[in-house]
Design a protein around this ligand. Structure first.
Ligand SMILES: C[S@@+](CC[C@H](N)C(=O)[O-])C[C@H]1O[C@@H](n2cnc3c(N)ncnc32)[C@H](O)[C@@H]1O
Ligand code: SF4
Length: 354
């Protein structure tokens, strides 16, 4: 395999071989969606018109077991993955998540183990997750206005509980916390400064995300997107900020810090300023499909291979060959007029977790 290279550091990655894709991008991050269910119904992700009592979520047997997840994660780390993020759906609905974290945290090569959650169930769990070996948490919170927050969670969220979850995560040492907010025109763009003000000086990093055309069910339209550069102008006018460099290659957020020292904010502009160039993420859905792009229309079924008896070397070979062929750069090639008409079949965000 041409693009595969042996690790230069045998002590840390003795049996590993790193792999790069057709555009020379390494496989560095693995996002694991634990389940497709969620206790929220954010209209931009799981609109209640579709995700109601008639909707059939995956049954337990259809989801990867924790043993199966560990096997795939082990193969991925052998190919160079060092960052793992657990997501969903809502990952904290998995009652044995702490046990899975304990096993992932000790995989050789994993130096960053993170979780993305809506925060509803976080407060009572934060310490247990940190004790299990979780390093960091990202909490999705679109507004600190109670009514707007309620609307953006599909009337399922309780703002005070999410804020308590954020405090508990900080106390448990799961920081620096990132607070992700999807900004939608006419929905929460007018209260973005309130959100920033709430967290200024807290040490938590608010990241403003452009509403993305993921999946086919959220009715995405370009005119609902608020371009990051407009939000940046709004922020600048209130609190001067200056750009800071990337923490690492492949970081999706453009980082800024308040000139007055009140901390950092970020912008994730996958619609207006796409960033496929150094994307190093693979995504595993709860039913075991591996996707090489957030906007992919199909994944490779690893569950079937596992359940048909593939051994560890075979799983590693499958992952490696998927990555070697990868040439995705949907965001850079996006055509909004096609996205608006939903003619492209794309995987839904709740299935692969953002
Ligand atoms: C799919 S959720 C899964 C984890 C968890 N339920 C949560 O909300 O944090 C992961 C992230 O995707 C973001 N997201 C979902 N749909 C989106 C969209 N259409 N555009 C931008 N971000 C989106 C959410 O705001 C969240 O931060
Ligand atoms: S963004 Fe997260 S919390 Fe909201 S519906 Fe999607 S999976 Fe659930």
């Amino acid at each position: 395999m041409q693009n595969e290279t042996m690790s230069s550091n045998p002590e840390t990655r003795s049996a590993s071989s790193r792999v790069v894709d057709a555009l020379e991008r390494p496989l560095h991050d693995l996002r694991i969606s634990l389940l497709d269910q969620c206790n929220f119904r954010c209209p931009y992700c799981m609109p209640v018109s579709t995700f109601n009592s008639d909707y059939e979520f995956l049954k337990r047997q259809q989801r990867l077991s924790h043993d199966e997840i560990i096997r795939i994660a082990t193969a991925a780390t052998a190919l160079g993955v060092s960052k793992i993020r657990l997501t969903g759906g809502e990952p904290l609905l998995d009652k044995s998540i702490a046990g899975l974290i304990e096993r992932l945290a000790v995989l050789p090569g994993v130096d960053d183990l993170a979780l993305t959650t809506n925060g509803m169930l976080l407060a009572p769990l934060a310490k247990q997750l940190a004790d299990a070996g979780l390093h960091r948490v990202t909490i999705s919170l679109d507004s600190v206005d109670k009514d707007i927050f309620a609307r953006m969670s599909g009337d399922r969220g309780d703002l005070d509980r999410v804020l308590a979850g954020i405090d508990a995560a900080a106390r448990a040492g799961l920081g620096p916390l990132k607070i992700n907010a999807v900004v939608q025109k006419g929905v929460n763009d007018h209260v973005v400064l309130d959100l920033l003000e709430h967290f200024r000086g807290s040490g938590h990093i608010v990241r403003l995300i452009e509403f993305m055309d993921v999946g086919n069910r959220n009715g995405w339209r370009m005119d609902q997107v608020v371009a990051s550069r407009l939000l940046l102008d709004t922020v600048q006018a209130r609190w001067p900020v200056r750009a800071v460099g990337k923490n690492y290659p492949g970081e999706v957020a453009r980082r800024y810090e308040y000139v007055d020292g009140a901390g950092e904010i970020g912008f994730i502009s996958s619609v207006t300023e796409p960033f496929c160039g150094d994307c190093s993420r693979a995504r595993l859905s709860a039913d075991g499909k591996l996707y090489t792009c957030l906007f992919a229309n199909q994944g490779t079924d690893l569950r079937e291979s596992l359940r048909n008896g593939a051994d560890d070397q075979e799983i590693k070979d499958i992952l490696s060959s998927i990555w070697l062929q990868r040439a995705d750069r949907y965001s850079e090639l996006r055509r909004p007029e096609l996205a608006e008409h939903h003619v492209l079949k794309k995987v839904e965000m709740y299935r692969i977790g953002g």
